[in-house]
Design a protein around this ligand. Sequence first.
Ligand SMILES: [Zn+2]
Length: 150
Amino acid sequence: MDVINLRISRKRYTKIQSVATRCFKYFGTRNPLLVLEEMEIPYSFINLEGDLKGFTNINQNRKHWVYINNKYDDYSVKIIAAHELGHIILHRFDEINMLDEYCAHSKSEYEANIFAIEFMPQIKALDLICEELSDIEFQNYICSKLKQLK
Ligand SMILES: [Zn+2]
């Protein structure tokens, strides 16, 4: 993963972190599938080719529909759903991200991954206070956590 091109400011990171925390507190669950249900956003498990894990479609009426590759186990499904939830909450209708390859090529992919790791703390590597880290340590910290997203 090319961290250099994907630097994210601490301010933005903290923002995503607090959005994830608020989302957990509001819905009272860390299960992203239940949050989607509460938000009345439908999701389907479908057969997707290759490495495509999932994507969110937005129709003409601006309704979201999340599609998840049906070849993954329950745990991976939750990570994928948390990532898509991140897009829905953080990016709303910014873009229709039809092809979602998780390579974190774009900033929004990267941010959706950060939302996922913050929403599901069981995949956190360490619990550090980001203000205490140097810039490089901070980027490495994010990177090390993102590596746990498989
Ligand atoms: Zn994505």
